[in-house]
Design a protein around this ligand. Structure first.
Ligand code: HEC
Length: 221
């Protein structure tokens, strides 16, 4: 083979290491500058977004606010506000009061369907505090909330139905209003069910129709 074509053995050149090191030292600081530059360009790009109306200060619902006198951000409803679909039929139907006095009668017949609806709503909205049977021993009370009075007292047994509708609508003392969660129909349905609860804890044999009394007496024996 002609010597020109012969593979020359690779010589380990002493320059190799130095060559490797020199560029390394030079490129690193350079690339750092490039990174900083890109970062700054990016920041400049973000600036207009920062001044955008999309990112204005905002408040969360029910956040406190020093701006209003009562320190609550959420504003109370204006008097006589009517939400869409919540027609205010009458003062009596909506609040349970006639000329400021609690109404003595239900606005519509109390049927089994009304009682069942009332029971379902009562168990959801009232039982957590008033207890399933109305003695004021609900779970929230057992966990420290103020104990409501029992429904099985002379005073509340004699309270007219409109009184209960009024308490649901406007709240009472420590109990807040349920007007935004319980519709007027349901306020009367719940009241009817509370009446049933009161009867369930305070019934006499005379309340049972005579033809059914023998069945009860048999149970007693
Ligand atoms: C978070 C607990 C809680 C819930 C839920 C609740 N109440 Fe009350 N309720 C109370 C407390 C506490 C009182 C007593 C308030 C006071 O005397 O300051 C009370 C009082 C009452 C009274 C008695 C008023 C009186 O003259 O003594 C009635 C009636 C009443 N609630 C009905 C209801 C009905 C109906 C519901 C369901 C729609 C309901 N409550 C839901 C806590 C609650």
């Amino acid at each position: 083979m002609h010597p020109a074509y012969r593979r020359r053995p690779r010589e380990a050149s002493p320059a190799t290491d130095a060559q490797k090191r020199v560029p390394t030292r030079k490129i690193l600081p350079m690339s750092r500058h490039v990174g900083t530059l890109i970062f700054i360009i990016g920041l400049i790009g973000l600036l207009p977004a920062g001044c955008n109306m999309r990112s204005k200060a905002r408040f969360k619902p029910y956040e406190p606010s020093a701006f209003f006198e009562n320190n609550q951000l959420a504003r109370p409803l204006e008097p006589n506000t009517v939400a869409l679909g919540q027609t205010r039929v009458s003062e009596y139907f909506t609040t349970g009061r006639i000329d400021g006095e609690p109404a003595e009668a239900f606005p519509a017949p109390v049927t089994r369907a009304v009682l069942e609806r009332g029971q379902e709503r009562y168990n959801i909205y009232c039982a957590p505090c008033h207890g399933l049977t109305g003695y004021g021993d609900g779970m929230i009370v057992q966990r420290g909330f103020m104990q409501p009075p029992s429904y099985h007292t002379e005073r509340l047994r004699n309270a007219p139905p409109g009184y209960f509708v009024d308490v649901i609508t406007n709240g009472f003392g420590q109990m807040y209003s349920y007007a935004d969660r319980v519709s007027p129909d349901d306020r009367w349905a719940i009241t009817a069910y509370i009446r049933a609860l009161q009867r369930s804890q305070n019934a006499a044999l005379a309340d049972v129709p005579p033809e059914q009394r023998p069945a009860l007496e048999e149970v007693e024996r």
